[in-house]
Write a protein that binds this ligand. Structure first.
Ligand SMILES: [Zn+2]
Length: 284
């Protein structure tokens, strides 16, 4: 018996069927961008955190505040994790964010939390790289298609024991912040938003690719916090991700996180989104 299969007579016709969008977003609640932008104008900086190269740092943002991730010193990619500050079981869900908004995110799109919470955790209000669009390779910026570089995959592919992958950086930073052991903290680390990273899938083999990030010092991605957030950001050992990650080979730079609080009453009428309204009965 052969395990090779030849195409049926109508193969071309089957391939020619037009796609439909899995999740049309017309009925998705829209962020109040005008309100957010107005509130941001009068906001003042409350704190800043520098993420050292090849390390991670945590930060906290209250619901209704803003946080900005900036490139400083050199082109650098960041791996972002977000949790509900009051319930670490609620965390960023890159897969469903991708299903709703596509492979890469920009202004007006949101980072959604996992089931059963499934609500916006943060909304992107500014992206200095929004001009990039989709390049001729199919690449774009700020992806939710990668996972995070990790030492396990590195070990499978090279037998190395490299300790500054984003997964490990995020694990150490979270463990220190919450007073957890590394094995405990590791379980809370999840698939990231790849801030400033330029990625796509090759058209011929469908493989995940990266290329030198177009980010330059002064570029930033800014968010409105929809709920109280605990964040962790890793300055990826891949640097601008033009060649390799999971080693100390690439030139790496720090990243800057700044948190801004709006003026009192600037968000009058705004309420943090409630948990998802599905009744949770699953048909029983
Ligand atoms: Zn990384």
């Amino acid at each position: 018996m052969s395990n090779r299969f030849s195409p049926p007579a109508d193969a071309q016709a089957r391939r020619a069927v037009a796609p439909v969008i899995c999740y049309p977003t017309e009925t998705l609640p829209r962020p109040e961008l005008k309100l957010y932008h107005r509130a941001r104008e009068g906001a003042t900086k409350v704190t800043e955190v520098i993420v050292p190269a090849r390390e991670a740092a945590v930060f906290q943002v209250a619901a209704g505040q803003f946080f900005r991730i900036s490139s400083i010193e050199g082109a650098q990619v960041g791996d972002l994790n977000l949790w509900n500050q009051n319930d670490i079981a609620e965390r960023f869900y890159s897969g469903k964010t991708r299903a709703l908004h596509g492979t890469h995110v920009t202004t007006g799109e949101r980072l959604w939390s996992n089931l059963p919470h499934m609500r916006p955790m943060a909304t992107i209000i500014a992206d200095t790289l929004e001009w990039y669009g989709i390049d001729s390779y199919g690449g774009s910026v700020h992806d939710v298609i990668g996972t995070r570089c990790d030492p396990y995959t590195g070990n499978l592919l090279s037998t190395d024991h490299y300790h500054h992958c984003c997964h490990s950086n995020l694990t150490r930073a979270l463990a220190d912040h919450l007073g957890l052991s590394l094995p405990e903290a590791e379980l809370h680390v999840h698939d990231v938003l790849n801030v400033f990273m330029c990625t796509g899938f090759t058209r011929d083999t469908g493989q995940y690719f990266m290329k030198a990030s177009p980010v330059r010092p002064g570029d930033y991605l800014e968010f409105f916090a929809e709920i109280d957030l605990l964040g962790a950001l890793s300055a990826c050992p891949g640097g601008d991700c033009s060649s390799e990650h999971s080693s100390d080979e690439a030139a790496c730079f720090p990243l800057l996180i700044e948190v801004f609080a709006p003026a009192t009453a600037a968000l009058a009428g705004w309420k943090a989104p409630a948990r998802n309204a599905y009744d949770g009965s699953h048909g029983r």
